[in-house]
Design a protein around this ligand. Structure first.
Ligand code: ADP
Ligand code: MG
Length: 740
């Protein structure tokens, strides 16, 4: 028995991963067999086109009014819709249906029921009735409710959300009709991510409509927040992840020495996509097209083995559903390509983590059916006024609610990413770019450059002197957590693994709240005799002044920014427990209640669930690290030490001088260091057991246990670097990141 046994699994994995073939999947085609994405797009969704064909005209009109105009659902149409949905689903091979929803776990949930119906020996038939479409009652007791529901009253119910199309998902060997749904407690509390998002959109819509009315603009049919969620991820060969309990259990590596080559050559970003990864992308995009998810962009990211997929933006609630479907499809398809896809925010220490950039804007649906982006700088002065006002509203919203926005993207994974050297800092600020900055600077000073430049005119000269807003030609500031990028803002602090609904809900809520206030302010000025334009300009000017502290065009990664941000009074909430404490303050989350988006209990429940989740995440990481140390790292040290000692002994017997004794002592010293760090970590963990206040426990985990785990890791990584290859059981960073 050689000592090399310890690394045999890893060596086998290297052999497997290094010789994989590329798996080519069929491409989307049209009826004639020509490659066509458009022909397959939405094939597995019951979209408006199919509904129009399948529903009686009057029913379709009512459903369209619900979906396109946001009117209330008329229950009388449910029978016809259910029938059409069942027929379509069965024609396409479905045997089951499920209400598909997004509980507060950040994932999706589904409970499948067969269409099959049989009673007392009667002939079996397949049915799907209106009540089954509209509502279902999964036993809610195993989903987190944050205290909104006690287990003895386990009932929660899912309610059909007609604004998101039904779709077909493959489950095992068959197909299931998935019905996008909201999930509520018996008392109407939102137990899911979706409901808050839908409510926040309503708040935004009402606020915009009222503001437009006051400003005398055309009344929009509907207003929606729009989201394009760029999704970053890592791909690692499954042969490796199966030998990395940390990646399998915690989603990130808890030990692992830095590779000699990381991302310093910057040769991966936008480089040629490796063949296996490209095949994977092609296949999951193909699946997504069929589900009506508009996957658009794919490229390599900064870190080795890191990639990004981005869709064409959509209304926020669709984007939220589609981001969940995207992650689900990526997980499924990755397995077919012998990859594991990692959505963790920081799977590998020392190289870039993964975010989910939320491109955010608002759009108004005009009577002619076209959408009007409210953050699109206009060619005409009055258009510009609207644009500046909306921009100003976003700035005030972010300034006022920076801490809550930080909390909305908090989580144990993101703690490792935010403020690390490549991600936006945990301090939320707004980047405008040089041309828009200049305009807001001048606005703040009460002056405008008239069109063409040079001469400065006083603001009171009137609206017609508003400058044309140019698309920014300057470089993007990648370090900003909330950046204006031409015709939308990009909220970059969101983590790659997160459900987007809550952060988008918070942005929507903050903006809606400010818009309500702006409207009241403008209306009051108009009442005192100002024109709506002049009033709007005055308000924008006041905001330009007041929001100066939230604007930051510099390097968000720099140390100086931390000091500067503190001077400006911006919250710096480095860890999740800090952010959640902030959110727990009623003064700070009152706007979520005031806008009608959440009831107080719902806010508390969300905080509670997040704190609990944080504690569980760190606990799992701790348990995993402890086992890694005891079951893999220590045996490796012992094994290598054994080999070195044997070699020292036989060399001595042969009268040969070797450096092995010194090396053996170094390994023994590191093993001792790991042991000490391990004991210290355990002591801290044990001392937190008695802590029953979860928030306090979370804080202790963040500020005591996590640093102790980090110390264990450092010693393990030092050992890994020195340990003989034949003794090291865990796939190394350079193997996981560079073999493709
Ligand atoms: P960038 O270079 O800024 O990343 P892209 O055009 O690639 O710009 O867009 C990134 C994401 O932003 C895409 O998902 C895109 O669909 C989305 N996006 C573009 N316009 C809007 C908008 N008005 N609202 C929301 N998202 C948008
Ligand atoms: Mg972008």
């Amino acid at each position: 028995m050689g000592a090399g046994n310890l690394s045999s699994g890893r060596m086998a994995a290297l052999g497997v991963a290094g010789s994989r073939a590329v798996r080519h999947a069929p491409q989307p085609t049209d009826a004639a067999g020509r490659v066509s994405v458009a022909a397959e797009f939405g094939r597995r969704t019951l979209d408006m086109r199919k509904l129009r064909q399948r529903l009686p005209g009057s029913v379709f009109a009512k459903l369209e009014a619900v979906i396109e105009k946001g009117q209330k659902l008329d229950r009388s149409i449910a029978a016809a819709v259910a029938h059409a949905a069942k027929e379509w689903a069965m024609e396409n091979g479905a045997t089951h249906f499920c209400h598909w929803f997004q509980p507060l776990t950040g994932l999706t949930a589904e409970k499948h029921d067969a269409f099959l119906q049989t009673m007392f020996g009667s002939d079996p038939i397949e049915t799907f009735g209106p009540s089954q479409l509209i509502q279902s009652e999964p036993d809610a007791s195993s989903f987190p409710s944050g205290g909104m529901r006690s287990t003895f009253e386990a009932r929660g119910y899912t309610a059909w959300d007609p604004s998101s199309p039904m779709f077909l998902m493959e489950t095992g060997s068959g197909w299931t009709l998935c019905i996008p749904s909201a999930y509520l407690s018996w008392y109407g509390h939102a137990l899911d991510e979706k409901t808050g998002l839908l409510r926040s959109n309503s708040a935004l819509e009402a606020a915009v409509k009222k503001l437009f009315a006051t400003l005398g603009y055309e009344a929009p049919v509907r207003v929606a927040s729009t989201i394009g969620a760029e999704q970053e991820y890592f791909l690692v060969d499954r042969a490796f992840t199966t030998h990395r309990p940390d990646l399998m259990i915690a989603g990130r590596s808890l030990v692992g020495a830095a590779p000699p080559k990381g991302q310093q050559l910057e040769d991966h970003y936008f480089g040629a996509i490796p063949a296996r990864a490209a095949a994977f992308m092609g296949e999951f995009e193909h699946e997504l097209y069929q589900l009506g998810v508009p996957a658009k962009t794919r490229h390599n990211e900064v870190a080795p083995a890191q990639f990004e997929t981005a869709p064409i933006f959509e209304e926020a609630h669709l984007a939220a559903d589609h981001n969940q479907l995207t992650m689900e499809m990526m997980r499924r398809v990755a397995r077919r390509h012998d990859f594991d896809v990692l959505f963790h925010e920081k799977p590998f220490a020392g190289i870039n983590g993964s975010g989910k950039h939320l491109n955010w804007s608002m759009a108004a649906l005009r009577k002619d059916g076209s959408w009007d982006n409210l953050l699109e700088p206009g060619a005409t002065p009055d258009r510009n006024l609207r644009f500046l006002l909306v921009c100003a509203a976003v700035m005030r919203a972010v300034h006022r609610h920076a801490g809550v926005l930080r909390a909305s993207i908090s989580g144990s994974g993101n703690d490792h990413r935010l403020g690390a050297n490549e991600a936006p800092p945990a301090i939320i600020s707004v980047f405008l770019g040089s041309s828009l900055s200049e305009i807001f600077d001048k606005l703040a000073k009460g002056r405008f450059a008239a069109k063409g430049g040079a001469k400065e005119k006083v603001l009171s000269l009137g609206v017609s002197h508003l400058p044309e807003v140019q698309r920014d030609a300057t470089d993007r500031n990648r370090t900003s957590p909330f950046a204006f990028t031409g015709n939308k803002f990009e909220f970059r602090a969101c983590g790659a693994s997160m459900a987007i609904s809550f952060p988008v809900t918070c942005v929507n809520a903050a903006v809606a709240d400010v818009l309500v206030e702006l409207e009241a302010d403008i209306a009051a000025r108009v009442k005192r005799g100002a024109t709506p334009e002049a009033a709007a300009l005055e308000v924008a000017q006041a905001i330009a002044k007041e929001t100066a502290p939230i604007r930051f065009e510099g390097d968000g990664y720099s140390k100086e920014w931390h000091a500067e941000a503190a001077k400006r009074g911006l919250p710096n909430l480095p860890k999740t427990p800090d952010a959640l404490d902030w959110l727990a303050d009623p003064k700070r989350h009152e706007f979520l209640v005031r806008t009608g988006i959440f009831k107080k209990e719902e806010v508390h429940a969300r905080i509670h669930i997040r704190v609990e989740r944080y504690v569980k995440d760190v606990d799992i990481e701790y348990q995993t690290l402890l086992r890694l140390v005891d079951q893999q790292v220590f045996p490796a040290a012992a094994s290598y030490l054994g080999e070195l000692s044997a070699s020292v002994a036989s060399a001595k017997a042969a009268g040969i001088d070797t450096p092995h004794a010194a090396r053996a002592r170094e390994i023994a010293r590191l093993a001792g260091e790991i042991d000490d760090a391990r004991d210290a970590m355990n002591k801290i963990y044990d001392s937190t057991r008695a802590e029953h206040d979860e928030a306090k426990k979370a804080r202790r985990f963040a500020y005591e246990l996590c640093p102790a785990m980090q110390r264990v890791r450092q010693s393990c990584d030092a050992l890994e670097t020195l340990c003989g290859d034949a003794h090291w059981p865990l796939p190394r960073y350079q193997e996981m990141l560079f073999i493709r």
